[in-house]
Write a protein that binds this ligand. Structure first.
Ligand SMILES: CC(C)(COP(=O)(O)OP(=O)(O)OC[C@H]1O[C@@H](n2cnc3c(N)ncnc32)[C@H](O)[C@@H]1OP(=O)(O)O)[C@@H](O)C(=O)NCCC(=O)NCCS
Length: 162
């Protein structure tokens, strides 16, 4: 079973010349965050390059995953177009996010906390101050407004646990 605690960084690995825009986008975010706190001039330059890479790959993929996002390692985004993630959302290790997914806040609420190894189906919207448990599955096009227990699946609008 895929771990919900220990990031599997091989899931984000991209061979050097491969055309995999989603992994290039993630690499720019990882690079920026690695050097974010350093004030050494060399690292500041790397950070600036990471910002430029992030803008380029964001435009190519059509994904809005901010540089200051809180996403643990091992994220898979096979079709990154239309993915929007709130900067305050927390996403655990080894999650899988399909196209057109939104992880965001509702008016006056905080952003979701998603545990490790959660698979989020295409078009799903996860909104507000809610928690998605480890190994949960979110159905395609679900609109999730309630907590989802570990290992359960949520489908429909508004989403119900099945
Ligand atoms: C949510 C999901 C993981 C459930 O898979 P599962 O555990 O095998 O569940 P089942 O297929 O047995 O379906 C269980 C019930 O939920 C319903 N259901 C499944 N997925 C649903 C969805 N996305 N929206 C609404 N209902 C759904 C089924 O119709 C079934 O209802 P029933 O019991 O009344 O017949 C899966 O259906 C899903 O949506 N995966 C996302 C896949 C995806 O986004 N792929 C994109 C590839 S590019």
């Amino acid at each position: 079973m895929i771990s919900s605690d220990i990031p599997d960084w091989t899931r984000e690995h991209k061979p050097f010349f491969a055309w995999q825009p989603a992994k290039s986008l993630l690499a720019s975010i990882r690079c920026y965050q690695r050097y974010n706190t350093s004030l050494l001039p060399w690292f500041c330059l790397i950070k600036v390059v990471a910002v430029i890479r992030h803008r380029f790959w964001s435009a190519v993929t059509g994904a809005d995953i901010p540089l200051n996002c809180n996403i643990a390692g091992g994220l898979l985004i096979p079709h990154p177009n239309g993915i929007v993630i709130h900067p305050d959302a927390k996403i655990g290790p080894n999650c899988l996010i399909f196209q057109q997914v939104t992880v965001g806040s509702r008016e006056g609420h905080n952003a979701p906390i998603i545990a490790g190894h959660v698979d989020i189906g295409a078009g799903a919207k996860i909104l507000g101050d809610i928690t998605i448990g480890a190994h949960a599955k979110i159905g395609a096009n679900a609109v999730v407004l309630i907590n989802v227990p570990s290992g359960k699946a949520a489908v429909g609008i508004p989403a119900k646990i099945i």
